[in-house]
Write a new protein. Structure first.
Length: 111
């Protein structure tokens, strides 16, 4: 499993997102390093497929399924939390994405 945290210097939610991500990884028993990716401008956001800061990608895909087809952008990202929009990805969103990555659907080819 390859996990990336995409953020830009000065992002108010970046450091706390790193803490929450590491906490969830520990709770889930996943011992993989998190690659920190600096996304300082739109060019970088396009190259890295960032949906705003902070974004978490697991195995190259954004953790938020409903936004995977969104256009990359540079700026602050909002997630829908239990109490409305927030700059931090909810723990359960991170947890679900980790579990999906750990247990991908098995496809059996038909003869």
């Amino acid at each position: 499993m390859h996990i990336r945290l995409l953020t830009f210097k000065g992002c108010p939610s970046g450091p706390r997102t790193a803490e929450v991500l590491n906490q969830v990884l520990e709770e889930e028993g996943v011992a993989v390093p998190v690659e920190m990716v600096d996304v300082p401008d739109l060019e970088s956001a396009l190259r890295e497929r960032s949906l705003g800061s902070p974004s978490i990608q697991i195995d190259g895909a954004d953790i938020e399924l409903s936004r995977r087809d969104d256009q990359p952008c540079h700026g602050c990202r909002l997630y829908m939390g239990a109490n409305g929009p927030t700059g931090l990805p909810p723990q359960e969103l991170i947890r679900e994405a980790i579990r999906r990555a750990r247990c991908p659907k098995i496809t059996i080819p038909f003869p």
